[in-house]
Design a protein around this ligand. Structure first.
Ligand SMILES: *Cc1c(COP(=O)(O)O)cnc(C)c1O
Length: 355
């Protein structure tokens, strides 16, 4: 049975969180002299409405209210971080005892899980995906779980392979593990299936990560989301730096969330372009395999990945060389750009080896 208290670190159970000035006083007030801010103003012109001289809302309630409607989840089930990378790091600090606990990741996958584990001195148990299909190796995952396994990371759609993960397998792992299953849905907006958010309220051992960095086009603002049970979100809020999302990011995210139509139009175009680009890639003689993608990028196996990488770089096009990554020999990961960018890329690819 999953019991939050059994997996929470002792120091976090006992932690008295920092109480910020803005946490303590909630009423309406005209004169703020509680946080040692500069009451005169800020020395830069700024078109927004935020008072840059004031600390931001520590719990980002206005943003969460809007997100709550979009995601169909109460505010108490939502955490906002300085990118989802902050949520990943907090998971380690909340649940993994350095030098003692371990986590399971399924490479090839997003690199930050392992980096965060290493920073926190937490052992990484690797259960590689099944070759070619890139599905989870369910039996090996279940066998690898031991008493010190606290987190299992499942990236879905997966980066860098682009595929979705079979729902049955996720269910099996979720139901046979007493730690936390982290589902990273950074690319969910581009997938042909839905988010697992509706499962959250029935399963206290799920944490779902999403981000505004990909489909939402706000990578520069650094805002990621974690969705989980109320007690888990309360732990996240206790651990995070008090003012982790700055006022400008909060203000702009609030406005951006009103432009969902624009974002949905982009998603539609990106998915169309992805399918078209996949077909084009398949026509090229040096392309060995185009992996099916549910994300905004395509993984492609070619004859000599580093040679092709340098050829593209010489032509001012940067893609991601994943050829040194396990199961990704000779693979490049290519983000779907604008129609014009994709057209240029294809035309440059067509000249490769024919030129
Ligand atoms: C890009 C990406 C993220 C997002 O990270 P942010 O810190 O929110 O920008 C998370 N997970 C995966 C798998 C990603 O590829």
């Amino acid at each position: 049975m999953f019991q939050l208290n059994n997996i929470l670190r002792e120091n976090i159970k006992k932690l008295v969180p920092y109480s910020s000035a803005r946490d303590e006083y909630k009423g309406k007030v005209g004169i703020f002299l509680d946080a040692n801010e500069n009451s005169f103003g800020f020395p830069v012109s700024y078109d927004g409405t935020s008072n840059l001289n004031r600390y931001p809302d520590p719990l980002q309630l206005s943003v969460k209210e809007k997100l709550s409607k979009i995601k169909g989840l109460p505010i108490e089930n939502i955490f906002l971080g300085n990118g989802s990378d902050e949520a990943i790091d907090i998971l380690f600090r909340a649940f993994c005892n350095p030098g003692k606990d371990n986590i399971i990741v399924c490479p090839p996958t997003y690199g930050m899980y392992e980096v965060s584990a290493n920073i926190n001195d937490v052992e990484v148990v690797k259960v590689p995906l099944i070759e070619e299909t890139f599905q989870l190796d369910e039996a090996s995952i279940l066998k690898s779980i031991n008493a010190n396994t606290k987190l299992i990371f499942i990236c879905c759609p997966n980066n860098p392979t682009g595929n979705g993960v079979a729902w049955n397998t996720i269910k099996k792992v979720r139901d046979n593990f007493n730690g936390i299953v982290v589902i990273d849905e950074a690319y969910i907006n581009f997938a042909s299936y839905r988010s697992l958010i509706p499962e959250l309220l029935n399963y206290p051992n799920l944490v779902i990560l999403q981000t505004l960095s990909k489909a939402w086009g706000l990578a520069g603002l650094r805002v990621g989301m974690a969705f989980a049970s109320e007690p888990i979100i309360a732990i996240f809020n206790k651990i995070k730096p008090p003012y982790n999302i700055n006022v400008v990011s909060q203000e702009l995210v609030l406005k951006a969330l009103d432009n969902m139509k624009q974002v949905n139009d982009w998603i539609e175009t990106i998915v169309e372009e992805r399918e078209k680009f996949g077909l084009e890639l398949n026509q090229l003689s040096f392309v060995k395999k185009v992996y099916k993608s549910e994300a905004n990028f395509i993984l492609v196996k070619v004859e000599d990945a580093s040679a092709l990488y340098y050829y593209l770089a010489q032509n001012q096009i940067v893609v991601r060389d994943r050829s040194k990554v396990v199961l990704c020999d000779d693979c490049l990961r290519i983000t779907i750009g604008t129609k014009e960018e994709n057209r240029q890329l294809i035309s440059i690819l067509k000249k490769y080896k024919n030129g």
